[in-house]
Design a protein around this ligand. Structure first.
Ligand code: NI
Length: 177
């Protein structure tokens, strides 16, 4: 397994919508190894999610896991999951705002409004269909990763950039809400 290089903001790969993964590609050894590498890379950089475009592969794959993460303390756990060709539909209009960061935009956080509840459909890493409801931080992480697969970053979703802050300033000037 290999730790992959993470593309940073400004790299065009982050602004290019990713292609669908053909169903027959899912059980290929190269593809399975790539998923393992994505998981290792996410763990290495303490991410709660990683999209394939962030490691220079323009395909619709995301991995996510929320455990006891030092970068996002106090968030509800989400088991390690792999989403291939994910589609999301908000379940209602309820929006929640919270801090977000991104491994492609190091050291920065901003407050981002996201839908609170989503229906998610995707394939898992074995190519089996998934269909589930995600809420709260889980829904936030999925919206963030699906945005990556559409060529978007979280700053695109901020109605007001005035909350953008470096991590050291976040700890110093902003109290957790
Ligand atoms: Ni990100």
């Amino acid at each position: 397994m290999a730790i992959l290089k993470v593309a940073r903001l400004g790299n065009p790969v982050l602004r290019t919508p990713a292609g669908e993964v053909p169903a027959e590609a899912v059980d290929q050894p190269d593809f399975q190894r790539f998923i393992d590498d994505m998981v290792v890379t996410m763990h290495e950089y303490q991410g709660v999610g990683l999209a394939a475009v962030q490691v220079h592969e323009s395909i619709q794959v995301a991995v996510l896991e929320v455990a006891d993460n030092a970068r996002y303390p106090g968030k509800e756990a989400v088991p390690l999951s792999v989403l291939i060709n994910p589609e999301i539909v908000p379940l209602d209009d309820e929006i929640e705002e919270d801090w977000e960061g991104c491994l492609s935009i190091p050291e920065i956080r901003g407050r981002v409004p996201r839908y609170k509840r989503l229906r998610v459909t995707a394939l898992d890493r074995d190519g089996k269909p998934l269909d589930f409801v995600a809420e709260d931080f889980h829904a936030r992480v999925i919206q963030h990763e699906v945005d990556h697969l559409r060529g978007r970053v979280y700053m695109d979703r901020m109605p007001d950039l005035a909350t953008l802050t470096y991590l050291t300033e976040l700890a110093r000037y902003w109290t957790e809400r």
